[in-house]
Design a protein around this ligand. Structure first.
Ligand code: UDP
Ligand code: MN
Length: 241
């Protein structure tokens, strides 16, 4: 039996939400022994999301974790942080083995990356396409070893990587009771990975054929302006009445 995979997906209400969750859900449906933690940035669970999750029928846990008000008002919102930290909290209370991965609802995932990340011993990394002006964010591999990072925005980060570009072992997380994601826009990945210390860079596993393949993409869905004005998730639902 394969080690379990926990997929932590932050999501929030907007007209595109149900479409995003549908696309992601049917991708995840191709992956075995997977539990999808869908965490809404909301005080209460949305009935439409609940219905969608049952309809898609990937094994799921549906939670809520609203972004604290002070961050929602800020210019650069730390998007999805409350949700991901809620996911980590759930893992600490319920999981003992396997691997977890932060999968935003709007990104694109080749299912082969899930089978590769499933065996992560500590932390694994790989390239992410469609990130910043350089078009790709990736660990740099020289002679089979991690030798820095390629990213359009380094920003003084120790780990200039995208959220879609790494996975972590559950046991490794559990050994680090204080590890969590900071409410710091642009530094969410870096802050979280730093909170996993001690972690030697030589221990980071390099997937996707030593980071020569793009298997995940930071796609972004264009907002439908008419639906945005109506601001009702219902209009992206399958049942209009
Ligand atoms: N998100 C959220 N609350 C928000 C904005 C975003 O929970 O107010 C979620 C969103 O559903 C996604 C993740 O956080 O899974 C990252 O957000 P987004 O895709 O908007 O960020 P970007 O890709 O533009 O960096
Ligand atoms: Mn996104």
């Amino acid at each position: 039996i394969k080690p379990p995979l926990y997929i932590i997906t932050p999501t929030y209400k907007r007209p595109e939400q149900l479409a995003e969750l549908t696309r992601l859900g049917y991708t995840l449906k191709h992956v075995s022994n997977l539990l999808w933690l869908v965490i809404e940035d909301s005080k209460t669970p949305s009935e439409l999301v609940t219905k969608r999750l049952h309809h898609i029928a990937v094994p799921f846990i549906h939670l809520v974790a609203p972004m604290p008000e002070q961050y929602r008002k800020s210019k650069a919102m730390p998007r999805g942080v409350s949700n991901r930290n809620r996911g980590l909290e759930w893992l600490r209370a319920n999981a003992t083995e396997g691997v977890f991965y932060f999968a935003d609802d709007d990104n694109t995932y080749d299912i082969s990356i899930f089978e590769q990340m499933r065996y992560t011993k500590k932390v694994s990394m790989w390239p992410v396409g469609l990130v910043t002006r350089l078009g790709v964010s990736s660990p740099i591999v020289r002679n089979g070893q991690l030798d820095g990072f390629y990213d359009g925005w380094i920003g003084g980060r120790k780990y200039p990587v995208d959220m879609a570009g790494f996975a972590v072992s559950v046991k490794f997380l559990l050994e680090r009771p204080n590890a969590k994601m900071p409410y710091k826009a642009g530094y969410e990945e870096d802050g979280f990975l730093k909170s996993l210390s001690p972690l030697n860079k030589t221990e980071i596993e390099l997937l996707a054929s030593s980071c020569t393949e793009v298997l995940t993409w930071h796609t972004q869905t264009k907002k439908n302006p008419v639906a945005a004005k109506l601001n009702v998730t219902k209009y992206s639902g399958t049942n209009l009445l």
